[in-house]
Design a protein around this ligand. Structure first.
Ligand code: ATP
Ligand code: MG
Length: 276
C-alpha cells in the first residue's frame, strides 16, 4: 500500500521567496507525524500543497497514491487551516451539515453528534460560531476536518487557541484517531505536545528538512548522573547501557548510591540546536 502522504523533492517559490527547497516527507498508514519549524519555515505551504490549495514549483506530493489536488486525493483527507474563519451566523450543527454536504458524507446527525462529542463540544450543537470562544471554534474546526472519516488528517496548529485542558482533549483525540488507524500530519509550535503524541517528527527550517526521526531518536542521551553519599558524580559521555557498569564500579569503590539518572536532551534542546 502506498504511504498516506508522500512528498518528494518538494519545492515552492512565491516570487523571490523560496518557501520549500526540496522537502521529502512521508506519513505512513496510521502514523502521527509532527511537523515542526520556526515561523516561515514552510510548514503551512507544505500542507496547502498536500490539500491542492497551492501548486508546487517542483517535486511531487501524493495522497493515498493519488496526485495532491486530484479528486481522489481530496476525498482522502480532512484539513484544518491555521487561519480559518467559519460563518459567524451558523450553529455548530449547521456548519457540520454544510461540511458533510461538501465532503459527500452520509453520516447524518449521528456523525455530527459523535464528532461534537469527540472534540469535547457535546452541548454546542445549537451554539452559533459568533457566540463561541476561540478555543471552541478551534475544536469545531477539528470536528469539521473529521467529517467523512478521512484517512489523512492535516492539522495546521490545531491547539494554538486552546487552554491546557483543551490541549489535553485534543491529545486524547489524536490518540483515539491513532487507535482508529487515521493518519495525521500535525503542524505545531508546542514541542512538548508533539513529543507526547507523535510517532515521528520532522523539523524544517528555511524550506529544508533539518532533522527527522522518532522523538526517542531525536532526543539524544547526554550522560549519567549518580547521587552518592559524597555528592553528585557526573559521567558525561555515558549512556543508559553504561549504568550497570558505573554502579558496579562505584559500589566496588565503597560508594553508597542513592539515585541514578540518565540525562536526555528534550525535543526542545534538539530543536533549538538544529534551527537557526
Ligand atoms: N501566498 C504567499 N505569497 C507569498 N509568500 C508566501 C505566501 N505564503 C507563504 N509565503 C512565504 O513562504 C514562506 C513560508 O511560509 P509558511 O506559511 O509556509 O511558513 P510556516 O512554517 O507555516 O510558518 P508559521 O509557523 O508562521 O505558520 C514564508 O517566507 C512566507 O512569507
Ligand atoms: Mg504556518
Amino acid at each position: 500500500m502506498p504511504p498516506v502522504l508522500l512528498a518528494k523533492g518538494l519545492e515552492k517559490r512565491y516570487g523571490r521567496t523560496e518557501a520549500l527547497s526540496g522537502v521529502d516527507l512521508e506519513v505512513g498508514e496510521g502514523q502521527l507525524v509532527g511537523l515542526l519549524g520556526p515561523n516561515g519555515a514552510g510548514k503551512s505551504t507544505l500542507v496547502k500543497i498536500a490539500c491542492g490549495l497551492v501548486r508546487a514549483s517542483a517535486g511531487s506530493v501524493e495522497v493515498c497514491g493519488a496526485p495532491a489536488g486530484s479528486p481522489p486525493a481530496r476525498r482522502s483527507l480532512g484539513y484544518l487551516a491555521e487561519l480559518f474563519r467559519f460563518p459567524s451566523w451558523m450553529s455548530a450543527d449547521e456548519l457540520l451539515t454544510l461540511h458533510q454536504r461538501l465532503a459527500g458524507s452520509t453520516g447524518g446527525a449521528a456523525e455530527r453528534t459523535e464528532l461534537l462529542e469527540l472534540v469535547g463540544l457535546p452541548h454546542a450543537r445549537a451554539t452559533r460560531v459568533a457566540a463561541m470562544s476561540k478555543g471552541m471554534q478551534q475544536r469545531l474546526g477539528i470536528a469539521q476536518a473529521l467529517v467523512g472519516s478521512p484517512r489523512l488528517l492535516l492539522l495546521d496548529e490545531p491547539t494554538s487557541a486552546l487552554d491546557p485542558a483543551g490541549r489535553r482533549v485534543v491529545r486524547g483525540l489524536l490518540e483515539e484517531l491513532r487507535r482508529r488507524g487515521t493518519s495525521v500530519l500535525l503542524n505545531s509550535h508546542l514541542l512538548s505536545e508533539v513529543e507526547l503524541v507523535c510517532d515521528h517528527v520532522v523539523i524544517v527550517d528555511h524550506g529544508r528538512v533539518v532533522a527527522a526521526g522518532t522523538p526517542d531518536q531525536l532526543r539524544r542521551q547526554g550522560g549519567v548522573e549518580v547521587e552518592t553519599a559524597t555528592g553528585t558524580r557526573v559521567f558525561e559521555d555515558a549512556r543508559r547501557e553504561d549504568v550497570p557498569r558505573i554502579v558496579r564500579e562505584l559500589v566496588a569503590a565503597g560508594e553508597e548510591i542513592y539515585e541514578v539518572r540518565v540525562v536526555a536532551s528534550s525535543l526542545e534542546d534538539v530543536y533549538l540546536e538544529v534551527v537557526d
